[in-house]
Ligand binder design. Sequence first.
Ligand SMILES: Cc1ncc(COP(=O)(O)O)c(C=O)c1O
Length: 405
Amino acid sequence: MTKYFVASVIPFSQTTAKELLNIYGSPLYVYQLDRLLETIDLITNSIPYPQTKFQFASVTNGNVALLKVFKNKGWGIHANTPGDIHLALAAGFMPDRIVYSGSNLDRVEMRQMLTWGIDAINLDSLSQLETLIDVYSRDEYPKPKLGLRLNFPPLTGASRIGVHPDEFDRANEIARRAGLTIAGLHFYRGTGTNATQAFVDAIETILSLAARLRDLAYLDFGGGFGYPYHHEKVAFDWGEFGRILSDKLARCDRPIALTIEPGRAAIAGSAVLLARVVATKWQGEKQMIGVDTTVANLSVPSVHGGYREIISWQNSDELFTTDVCGNTTYSRDYLGRNCQLPRLNIDDIIAIQDVGAYGYAMSSHFLHRPRPAEVLLAKDSHRLIRGREDYRVLLNNQIFEEDRS
Ligand SMILES: Cc1ncc(COP(=O)(O)O)c(C=O)c1O
């Protein structure tokens, strides 16, 4: 069994946390380079199938410095939107290292996608395919490699995404009109499953559905690989998944290239959000901690559900049930509820763990608090990889009466 690398209880020392906050301010996203590299290696090495490429799903994290880490490890990018492609190009990825698997592009975006000449375009509906073929036929573009996202409720659930296998023949026909083929099938197994077996069980069915595409050349397993936010609970077993998938692909009657698009699994565990305690109070037995960050800086847990472990560096045998509250009065502004934490005081530091995926990427200006900075921490060094915002950002693109006179 390949053990998933799970964040240890304390990611780095209190001295380091203090030093980082003193230099870069609070709150602060801190990415640990070693942990990221280890995770990338673990995933890469878990799939022995020779024709495999890995595409990091940058929907989870679009920091260009981090995208470069994936690039240096030989990964490409999975783009959910043209914006993902824009970021990938800025990080230095060649277009042929970018795969698009998204939904609902307009004609202008399709034109842009074709002009970029990316490696593959996996489409979500016959309607999108029709539009793409129409756009393609009207101008000169590099020949695109086309795939379909799969919608097959026994595997994909009641997803809004994808094309049903009954529509494959029609898709082939549409592509053929422009001298193209449908070369790939893309499968997305829901969000964040740690149940390896659920993935493994799907492989046979996907292969048999894929065989219905006459010109099949690649299979794309796109995201949904879980990360164990509850550290003590079951983790996705990359080793088992990779072994079984490789074995089954090797036995296919034609060569099939494999694309794997991990999102959260690749980066969630590499980052913490550091924050300082700014207020304390007790409600009965419960410790209520006010910190200098908010769910708008990290929207996932209390707004979208989910759990992130929160730690502090205070040494104490006595733990208290604690709510960690953000610095607004928004009723859902909890960074954590019913955490077990020692007695905390003003200026103590907390770390919200596993925020590398859908953390900064989903932060917003809701509640009008500027976003934190982001820092990359290596063994003996650290550097700023995104500056802290200030109040000026709240006025961006706003138009004042006097500007019109
Ligand atoms: C096609 C595709 N691949 C990968 C991902 C990343 O998903 P996850 O973080 O669940 O792995 C997404 C998320 O939207 C996606 O749509």
